[in-house]
Design a binder for this molecule. Structure first.
Ligand code: ATP
Ligand code: MG
Length: 116
């Protein structure tokens, strides 16, 4: 199993969630966050929009999606995320994939594949 952590633009969140639901994701955690990439927040299209509202010291608002999938699903998920989160402009985000030791469904105690 793998843990996918995707950081996307707030404006793409709806489309990304819709695509992941259609793909068949079994669950997801979404977090409001801020951050910066290689432009350090300076040249992002949304910088001006957020100025004076949410943006703090070069940190740009983003949404972080965390979810668990089977290892063989990773390529498909990455493709789905790239297709739906991409605008082609700086700040589209990142996808990180990590190994996951196990997942447990608390209600039943099921572990691993069965827990997803
Ligand atoms: N190395 C990193 N580690 C942790 N989080 C990161 C990293 N790079 C980017 N992020 C997160 O992803 C968000 C979007 O990053 P961003 O898309 O600007 O990356 P980038 O490398 O600058 O690519 P681009 O040149 O396309 O903008 C950042 O605001 C930050 O929250
Ligand atoms: Mg950037």
């Amino acid at each position: 199993m793998k843990r996918i952590e995707a950081i996307v633009r707030p404006s793409r969140l709806g489309a990304v969630l819709q695509a992941l639901a259609k793909w068949g994701v079994s669950g997801i955690t979404v977090t409001e966050t801020v951050g910066f990439g290689q432009q350090q927040g300076h040249s992002e299209v949304y910088t001006e929009i957020y100025k004076g509202t949410e943006q703090v010291a070069g940190l740009v608002p983003k949404r972080q999606l965390t979810f668990y999938v089977l290892a063989e699903q990773v390529d498909e998920v990455i493709q789905c995320l790239c297709e739906t989160a991409r605008t082609g402009k700086p700040g589209d985000g990142k996808i990180a994939v990590s190994d996951l030791e196990t997942v447990v469904r608390i209600r039943t105690g099921e572990k691993g594949r069965k827990s997803l």
